[in-house]
Design a protein around this ligand. Structure first.
Ligand code: BTN
Length: 253
């Protein structure tokens, strides 16, 4: 139906009109042995979730709200690499069908003109130190109009349609994401993270700039040097000390 070129991603799609969160449904499917590449897509989420327990605004028909199950045979610390890989796949798919050139803000935000168009949330099911399944949640603001945004989001969020001035065909974009994601995932499984890291860095906004990283316990300010093989952000502070940041909110100033 979508005209897919993929072998597994999107070959099994659970399409729903309205759900609490596609993430929750995908977790259950993964637990029940759903095959790798299974996708849950919903037109609307009533309890869409973002990182750090934030709510994710997921209004009906205007976005892409989906969760994809992958089953890489990898240790848990490699999981952030798949978040970064997914961000590259989404940026490339957007570039393919619009005139936009979105950028990635570490670890997983995709921005246009400094406002968020996409968020990615990866969650794991693991046993001992191995990944059993990884649930990649992707939320893309596609056809929302500016006036549809609640006030608290107007300054921080935007949609592909607002930025490009065009109505975007969501099915075409979804297909592009599946094709790109599977392609990059295969490169990654075969050749490791290095080629993905290079691509990711070519789309990243913060690298080389002075940023502020707010973690749960403290704030680090300095120059973003890049990411390590494991997808960890490295920041050099004014004294030349290098900090490894695993999870944080980043301010680009
Ligand atoms: C973030 O930037 O904080 C991540 C947002 C992730 C949102 C997506 S929408 C599909 C999936 N289901 C959810 O409840 N969340 C993710």
């Amino acid at each position: 139906r979508l005209g897919l070129k993929t072998k597994f991603i999107g070959q099994s799609i659970h399409y729903k009109e309205s759900v609490d969160s596609t993430q929750k449904i995908a977790h259950r499917l993964a637990y029940d042995d759903a095959p790798e590449g299974t996708v849950v897509i919903a037109e609307e989420q009533l309890l869409g979730r973002g990182r750090m327990d934030r709510a994710w605004h997921s209004p009906k028909y205007s976005g892409i709200w989906m969760s994809i199950i992958l089953r890489p045979n990898l240790p848990i610390p490699k999981a952030p690499q798949l978040t970064l890989l997914t961000a590259v796949a989404v940026v490339q798919a957007i570039e393919e069908i619009t005139s936009l050139s979105p950028q990635i803000k570490w670890p997983n935000d995709i921005l246009m003109n400094g406002k968020k168009v996409t968020g990615i949330l990866t969650e794991l099911q693991a046993e001992a130190d191995r990944i059993i399944s990884i649930i990649i949640g992707i939320g893309i603001n596609v056809n929302q109009k500016r006036e549809e945004y609640p006030d608290e989001l107007k300054d921080i969020a935007t949609s592909l349609s607002i930025e490009s001035g065009e109505q975007i065909n969501r099915s075409v974009l979804i297909r592009g994401i599946f094709n790109r994601l599977e392609h990059l995932y295969e490169i990654y499984l075969e050749n490791g993270f290095y080629p993905i890291k290079l691509l990711w860095e070519s789309y990243a906004i913060s690298i080389g700039k002075t940023i502020t990283a707010r973690t749960l316990n403290h704030t680090i300010r300095g120059k973003a040097l890049g990411i390590t093989e494991d997808g960890v952000l490295q920041i050099e502070d004014e004294e030349g000390k290098i900090h490894s940041v695993y999870s944080a909110d980043i301010d680009l100033q």
